[in-house]
Every structure is written in structure tokens, then in C-alpha cells.
Ligand binder design. Structure first.
Ligand code: AMP
Ligand code: ZN
Length: 434
């Protein structure tokens, strides 16, 4: 679909894009210097907008971390007076202070444009009815998509999170054609639809959904597409970078275009902090280019991905990043083996006999640390004991091949694992520290 929201900027030449980035980087540094945090950092390291003569000069600036945001809670990072800010979003965090992100009116308008650009890219138009199943509080998936969809001109249904039966009623009554939904909830929504005798292909007009906010495998995406009879596009965002819309798949579904007029993306080795070549996995580091209220420079996202080399057939020149394997903090280290929950999901989702909800528990048994994987069976499956045993053996074999360790596997009935209203919690770590 070669039709763009902002053709000039989406298909800009790399040279012109880099010139634009350099100019925006200089003004971002000048803007950031107005905040207490960056003012001190720049003073200490002799950094100024005038000193930046190429994009490579960005590398001489220290990283900014989530810890910096926490220490400067709530307003220490703001680069404009509070009276010029119109909104803040805060993410709670499990320990210590939460983080705060401030927005001016221009920041909010920019963000809406960024989201509208993504939605347009996947074929959402003003004749669509767009239902947003995200929470509308501090979580940016609510208001972020709301403003983007309104700018695009779609009819929006701000259903917000929860109450699945009500979601289904809205989808049917209002003729929703598009959804924004987190992947773990998409499979649940589909399950409840089938339980209620609603076949999404026959009884709804759904055709495109935007899924994001949590890691999910390609297998999970395919499953969602099949269950709901839609195309599902991966949407990446984080509150520190506004929220949804930072990077988004186009209809090629071959990685997420990261909007490089809004951010400079670097991929670094999280240990050496040096850049890694395209195609190699590392931590995504982002610098905002248009933020007024709270610019962030070289922000360490902790998200692991890589730049996908090569051009995209859609004609957009903004580079693509790969589906996220998870955050560096999600990595499980068990018996000296490093692995990500998404590797487990990838295997589980290949079994049609399994449902979509699973839970990984790490626990100490005697002197050793073990992994228990509980996964719900799909409705379609038998309760014949011998068949279940055979299935469990086959899944365990595949998991062992992938993970290089043998987890304990428990197949459980549909609906018996806990469900979260927001992002799914896939791992429970109950290991003793000694
Ligand atoms: P929050 O700022 O609370 O919305 O959380 C942002 C984090 O959610 C990111 O740093 C990622 O770890 C995760 N996330 C967001 N979108 C995706 C996605 N499409 N795939 C995987 N993880 C995601
Ligand atoms: Zn593309």
C-alpha cells in the first residue's frame, strides 16, 4: 500500500534525513540545556549545541537512564516552565520513585501526528471505526492512540481496558473495524468471543489491529490474526518517548519502521556500551528530536532489538528494528543459561492444542533452581490422559532443544491461570537468593 500520511518525510532520502536529524539534534541540545539535569551534565562534560558538528558527536554525550528520571522525580528533567506544560504521564515502577514525562501542547500534537502516521501506514482511514481497549489513565496506550486516531479522522470508541463482554458488544454494535489491544488481551478477547458464540470473522467488521506494549512472538501474532480474522501490526512505544508510535510495522510486516525524524536510534552492546553493527542485537538507545518539555538524550531503553539491514519495499526510508525479544531486565538466568520468556512462547504457540496463557515460575527445589512452565490447554483439546502425556513429552522435548535445559511442564485447564488487566506477567521468580 504505497500511500503515505506524510509522503515527503516518510520517503525522505537518507542524506536529507540525516541533515534534518543534525539540525534537530542541535536544537534538542539547546532545549535540553534549559533543564537542571542536562544543564549540569553539559557543564560537566563541556557539551553545547554549537559543539555538535555531525551526528557522530552525539556519542560524546553520556547516556540518560531510567534511574536519572527517578532521581529527578517529578520535575527535575523539565526544560520549560510548568505553566507551559499541558500533561504529564507517569509510570509506577516496582521500586523507588516512579518516573514522570512532561508534555507541552506541541509535544502532544507531535505525538498525535506520529501515531496517526503509524495508523495510516497500516491502512486505517477516516472511514474506520477504531476501538481502543487500553487503559486511559497514566498508561500512554489510551490517550496516545486516542489523539492519533482523532487526528486521522477515524470514529473513535474509547472503550478503555477490561470488561470483555462490553468490549465485544461495542465491537459489534459500533461496527469496529480496527482495535488497539495488547497481545495477551487479544487472544483472551478472541477466546471469550468464541465462548459467547461470536465468530469474529462472521459477526464483526474487524480487519486491522494494532498490538504492542508487551513482548510477543511472531507465533503469537499469527495466532491472533487467525483467531480474529485480522491483520495485526506490531506497535512499539514507551512512556519516556511519549508512548505508542515510536516504531511501527508497515503492511510488509517485516520489522518496525522507527520514525527517525522524531528520534535518533542507536543500538549498543549493553556491557561495553559500544555501538553494534546493523543486524546484531543490542540495547536500543533513543534521543528525542522534537521534544520541547522534556528532551531525552541517549536514553537507555533496556529493550533488546537490532536494526534490520536493507530497504523496505514500502518505500519508507526510516530504518526498521526487529521485533523485541524483551528487555534486558527480562532475561532469565537459570543454571548458567540465559534465556528470554519469548523463546518459550515461540515454542508453546506452535502447538494448536495449547491456549495462549502461560506462566513461567522460577523456584528453588532443594539445592537447585528449577523452571516450571504452566500453560493452558485450548478448548479444542482432549482430556485423554495418555494423549496429554504424549503432548507434554513432545512440548518438553521442543523446549529442551530451544532452551538447552529441561523445564517442568504442567498442562492446565483453560481459564485456570491468572489474567492481568494490563500487561501480562509471564514470569514469577520465587528463587531463594542463596
Ligand atoms: P511503558 O512505558 O510502561 O508503556 O512501557 C514501555 C515498555 O513496554 C517498552 O520499553 C518495552 O519494554 C515494552 N513494549 C512496548 N511496546 C512493545 C512491543 N511492541 N513489543 C515488545 N515490547 C514492547
Ligand atoms: Zn515498510
Amino acid at each position: 500500500m504505497n500511500d503515505y500520511w506524510e509522503k515527503d518525510i516518510e520517503t525522505i532520502s537518507r542524506t536529507a534525513l540525516e541533515e534534518l536529524q543534525l539540525a534537530s539534534l542541535r536544537s534538542t541540545i539547546a532545549q535540553a540545556a534549559r533543564s537542571t539535569f542536562y544543564h549540569e551534565m553539559f557543564d560537566r562534560h563541556g557539551i553545547s549545541a554549537e559543539g555538535i558538528s555531525s551526528l557522530d558527536d552525539l556519542r560524546s554525550i553520556p547516556f540518560t537512564t531510567k534511574e536519572d528520571l527517578r532521581k529527578n522525580y517529578p520535575y527535575g528533567m523539565s526544560a520549560i516552565p510548568l505553566r507551559e506544560c499541558v500533561r504529564l504521564h507517569s509510570s509506577s515502577g516496582t521500586t523507588g520513585n516512579p518516573t514522570v514525562v512532561l508534555h507541552s501542547q506541541r509535544d502532544i500534537d507531535d505525538w498525535a501526528n506520529q501515531v496517526a502516521r503509524c495508523m495510516y501506514m497500516v491502512g486505517i482511514r477516516n472511514e474506520d471505526v477504531f476501538q481502543n481497549t487500553s487503559g486511559y489513565g497514566m498508561f500512554t496506550g489510551g490517550l496516545g492512540f486516542q489523539y492519533g486516531a482523532e487526528l486521522l479522522g477515524a470514529l473513535t470508541v474509547p472503550a478503555a481496558a477490561g470488561n470483555t463482554k462490553r468490549q465485544i458488544k461495542f465491537i459489534r454494535d459500533f461496527g469496529a473495524t480496527c482495535l488497539h489491544i495488547i497481545p495477551s488481551y487479544a487472544t483472551r478477547l478472541a477466546e471469550v468471543m468464541y465462548e459467547e458464540g461470536v465468530d469474529p470473522r462472521r459477526d464483526t467488521k474487524l480487519r486491522v489491529i494494532c498490538i504492542g506494549a508487551e513482548p510477543h512472538s511472531e507465533e503469537q501474532r499469527k495466532r491472533i490474526e487467525q483467531l480474529l480474522g485480522v491483520k495485526a501490526y506490531n506497535c512499539f512505544g514507551m512512556s519516556e518517548m511519549n508512548g505508542p508510535g515510536v516504531a511501527f510495522e508497515c503492511t510488509e510486516q517485516n520489522g518496525l519502521h522507527i520514525w527517525e525524524d522524531y528520534v535518533i536510534a542507536e543500538i549498543i552492546d549493553p556491557d561495553t556500551l559500544l555501538p553494534v553493527p546493523d543486524g546484531e542485537q543490542g540495547e536500543l538507545v533513543l534521543t528525542t528530536l522534537r521534544r520541547e518539555a522534556m528532551p531525552l538524550i541517549r536514553y537507555r531503553t533496556r529493550d533488546l532489538t537490532c536494526i534490520i539491514p536493507g530497504d523496505c519495499p514500502c518505500g519508507r526510508t526510516h530504518r526498521r528494528i526487529a521485533r523485541f525479544r524483551g528487555r534486558s531486565d527480562d532475561m532469565i538466568i537459570l543454571k548458567g543459561v540465559n534465556l528470554f520468556p519469548i523463546q518459550i512462547e515461540t515454542i508453546l504457540m506452535q502447538f494448536r492444542e495449547l491456549g495462549s496463557n502461560y506462566l513461567i515460575t522460577l523456584e528453588t527445589v532443594g539445592n537447585s533452581d528449577e523452571m516450571l512452565i504452566e500453560v493452558e490447554l485450548s478448548d479444542l483439546f482432549t482430556d485423554d490422559y495418555a494423549e496429554l502425556q504424549a503432548l507434554a513429552r513432545e512440548i518438553t522435548r521442543r523446549l529442551r532443544d530451544e532452551l538447552l535445559l529441561t523445564p517442568r511442564l504442567r498442562l492446565v485447564a483453560r481459564g485456570s491461570l491468572p489474567v492481568q488487566e494490563g500487561k501480562a506477567v509471564r514470569v514469577k521468580d520465587l528463587r531463594k537468593l542463596i
